[in-house]
Ligand binder design. Structure first.
Ligand code: ADP
Length: 570
C-alpha cells in the first residue's frame, strides 16, 4: 500500500487537497446535526417561538451545503481513484507489450487479463474506501466524539470504553474475509483463462462435439466461484446485523444512564437528544472503519500481484552503449550458437552463414528447433552461448529497435489484427502512404482478391483474420513484409496445405520479396526449397547435413529420407 501511495497516488497532491477540503466540509456539516437537535429540544422544552423562524431554514441550509459537498467529494474521490487505476492499467499493458516473450508465454492470457481488470478494480475500490472511511469517517468520528464530550463527558467515557470491545467480532470477520478474498482472486483468474480458452477453441469444440464437456468444465468453475463469492457475501452479511444489535444496546444503555442523570438534574433533555443523535451518527463511520481492514488487505494482495507483474524485469534489453546501425546489408552469421527454453538444449552448437540475395532453408523433423533458430535472430529469445552477428556486429550490441528494423517476419500464423486490410498491411511500416500499401499488396499478389472484397482495402478481417482464407492471410502478411523493406527476411512457412493456385501465387510473391535480401526460411514442404542456395537439415537441435538439394539427395541421408516421406525426389 505504501508503494501504491508513493508511485501512483502521491503525485496528485492538488486533487487530494481538494478532496480533503470537501471531506472536512462534509464532516463539519454532519457535526451540526447533533448541535441542532439539542437546540430544538431545548427550544421545545421552553416552548420558544424562535424555533419556528430560525431552525427550519437552518436545517435546510445545512443539508443543502452537506448535499452539495458530498456530491463533489464523491466525484473528486472517484475521479482520482479512476485516474490512478487507469494509469496503472496503461502502465501494465505497456509493460506486457514490451515484456520478454518468455514472460507473456509463461501464463495463460486470461491470467494477465484478470490482473489487468479484476485486481485493478479491487485496488480502485480500496482507494475509494480508504479516502471515504479513513479520512472522511475519521473526521466525522472525531467531531462526533467532540460533540458528545461537550454534551456529557461522563457518558462519553462510558460509551468509548465499551465500543472497542463490541467491535471485536467485526474485526475477526474482517480478518477471515481477507483470506477468502485472496482465494477468490485466484479463482477469478482461473475462470477468466478458462473462458478465454473455451471461447478461443470454439471451432474445435463444435467439430469434436465437445460442447457437453466444455459446458461441464465451465459450469464446475462457476460453481466453485459461486461458493467463494457466497462465503464472502455471508461474511459481509454478518456485519450489519451485529452492528444493528450493538447500536440498539448502546442506545438502550445511554438512555438508561442519561435518564438517571436527567432525573437527578445533572443533564438537560437537549443534551440527551443531541448525545443520542451523535451516537447514532457514529455507527456508519465506525462500521466503515471496521470493515476497512478487510478491504485494505484484499487490495494489498491485488497490488502485490500487480507490482509483481510491473517488476518483472526484461532479460532481453538494449546494450548500455549500442552500436549505431541504420541500414544493414544483411550478412547473418551463427557461430556455435546454443539455446534452451528449459533444462535440455533446444539448439546445440549451430553455425552457418547467410548472405544477401541468398535463401537459406531450415528443414528437418518437427521439434528439431527450426522455429527456435528464427526466434533467436530478432532476439525474441537470447542465445545462451555462441555468437550471432549481423554485418559482423554481435546482435546484442545493437538496440532492439535497430536490430528488429532490419528484419521482416512472415510467420505461419500470419498474425492479423481485427482491423481493415489496409491497416493490417500498414503495420509493416506505420508511416506508409495508401499508394505504398497498395503497391505492396500488388507485389504480394493480394491486390486482386482485396478489390474483390466488399469494402476493398477497408474490409475488416475479423479477429485473427478469421474472415479471410489461409492463403489470403499469408499474402497480406507478405505484403506487410514487402512494405517493411528490410534486409533480412524470416519466413516461417505455412504448414497447412494451400490450394495449388494460392500456393503458386504465394511462391511467386515470396520470390519477389526475397530478391536481394537475406532470407531464412523454415520449410515444412520440401518441394518449396529445392532452389534454396543452402539447405540446413536440422535434427534435435543440431545441423546434421548442409548443402544444396542435389548434393543432399546424392548423400542419401536424413534429407533424402524426408523427401522420400513427402513423395518427392526431383
Ligand atoms: P520446429 O520449428 O523444428 O518444429 P521448434 O523450434 O518449434 O521446432 O521447437 C524445438 C523444441 O523446443 C521443441 O521440443 C519444443 O517443444 C520446444 N519449445 C518450443 N518453444 C518453446 C517454448 N516457448 N518454451 C519451451 N519449449 C519450447
Amino acid at each position: 500500500m505504501r508503494r501504491l501511495w508513493r508511485d501512483w497516488i502521491s503525485s496528485r497532491k492538488k486533487a487530494i487537497a481538494v478532496a480533503l477540503g470537501l471531506m472536512a466540509l462534509v464532516s463539519a456539516t454532519s457535526s451540526a446535526y447533533p448541535a441542532l437537535i439539542r437546540y430544538v429540544f431545548d427550544a421545545l422544552g421552553a416552548a420558544s417561538a424562535d424555533l419556528i423562524w430560525q431552525v427550519p431554514p437552518l436545517i435546510i441550509g445545512i443539508t443543502l451545503i452537506k448535499g452539495v459537498a458530498m456530491y463533489f467529494q464523491v466525484r473528486q474521490v472517484n475521479q482520482l481513484a479512476l485516474l490512478i487505476t487507469t494509469s496503472i492499467q496503461k502502465a501494465m499493458t505497456a509493460h506486457l507489450i514490451r515484456a520478454d516473450l518468455a514472460l507473456v508465454m509463461s501464463a495463460p492470457v486470461g491470467e494477465f487479463v484478470s490482473r489487468l481488470m479484476n485486481d485493478v478494480l479491487i485496488v480502485r475500490e480500496a482507494i475509494i474506501r480508504l479516502a471515504n472511511n479513513l479520512i472522511r469517517d475519521m473526521l466525522t468520528i472525531i467531531t462526533m466524539v467532540a460533540m458528545m464530550v461537550w454534551f456529557d463527558w461522563l457518558l462519553t467515557l462510558i460509551v468509548l470504553g465499551v465500543y472497542p470491545l463490541a467491535m471485536q467480532p467485526i474485526i475477526k470477520i474482517g480478518q477471515k474475509q481477507r483470506k477468502q478474498s485472496s482465494h477468490l482472486q485466484e479463482q477469478m483468474a482461473d475462470v477468466t483463462s478458462l473462458l478465454n480458452e473455451t471461447l478461443t477453441g470454439s471451432r474445435m469444440t463444435r467439430a469434436y462435439g465437445l460442447e457437453g464437456h466444455e459446458t461441464r468444465r465451465t459450469a464446475l468453475a462457476f460453481d466453485q466461484l459461486f461458493d467463494r463469492l457466497f462465503r464472502l457475501t455471508l461474511g459481509r452479511a454478518r456485519i450489519d446485523p451485529i452492528l444493528e444489535v450493538l447500536g440498539g444496546v448502546a442506545v438502550a444503555g445511554v438512555i438508561a444512564l442519561a435518564g438517571w442523570r436527567v432525573v437527578n438534574g445533572e443533564m438537560q433533555v437537549g443534551d440527551v437528544a443531541g448525545f443520542i443523535t451523535a451516537l447514532l451518527m457514529l455507527v456508519q463511520p465506525v462500521r466503515g472503519l471496521g470493515t476497512l481492514n478487510a478491504v485494505v488487505q484484499e487490495s494489498a494482495a491485488a497490488s502485490n500481484r500487480i507490482f509483481a507483474l510491473l517488476d518483472a524485469e526484461r532479460q532481453i534489453n538494449d546494450p548500455v552503449h549500442p552500436l549505431a546501425l541504420t541500414a544493414a546489408k544483411g550478412a547473418l552469421d551463427f557461430d556455435q550458437v546454443s539455446f534452451s527454453y528449459g533444462e535440455t538444449a533446444t539448439i546445440d552448437g549451430i553455425s552457418f552463414s547467410a548472405r544477401p540475395g541468398q535463401v537459406t532453408a531450415l528443414v528437418g523433423p518437427s521439434g528439431a528447433g527450426k522455429t527456435t533458430v528464427i526466434n533467436l535472430i530478432p532476439r525474441l529469445f537470447d542465445r545462451s552461448s555462441g555468437q550471432i552477428t549481423l554485418d559482423g556486429h554481435d546482435i546484442t550490441e545493437l538496440t532492439l529497435d535497430d536490430l528488429r528494423r532490419q528484419m521482416a517476419l512472415v510467420s505461419q500464423d500470419a498474425m492479423l489484427f481485427n482491423d481493415t486490410i489496409r491497416n493490417n498491411i500498414r503495420l509493416g511500416r506505420l508511416d506508409a502512404s495508401d499508394d505504398e500499401v497498395e503497391a505492396a499488396a500488388r507485389e504480394a499478389a493480394a491486390h486482386d482478391f482485396i478489390m474483390g472484397q466488399a469494402d476493398g482495402y477497408d474490409t475488416l478481417v475479423g479477429e485473427g483474420g478469421g474472415r479471410l482464407s489461409g492463403g489470403q492471410r499469408q499474402r497480406i502478411s507478405i505484403a506487410r513484409a514487402i512494405l517493411r523493406n528490410a534486409p533480412v527476411l524470416l519466413l516461417d512457412e505455412a504448414t497447412s496445405a494451400l490450394d495449388a493456385e494460392s500456393e503458386k501465387q504465394i511462391q511467386l510473391a515470396l520470390e519477389k520479396l526475397a530478391a536481394g535480401r537475406t532470407t531464412i526460411v523454415v520449410a515444412h514442404r520440401l518441394s518449396t526449397v529445392q532452389n534454396a542456395d543452402q539447405i540446413l537439415v536440422m535434427d534435435q537441435g543440431r545441423i546434421v547435413e548442409a548443402g544444396q538439394h542435389s548434393t543432399l539427395m546424392k548423400k542419401d541421408g536424413l534429407y533424402a529420407r524426408l523427401c522420400a516421406l513427402q513423395h518427392f525426389s526431383e
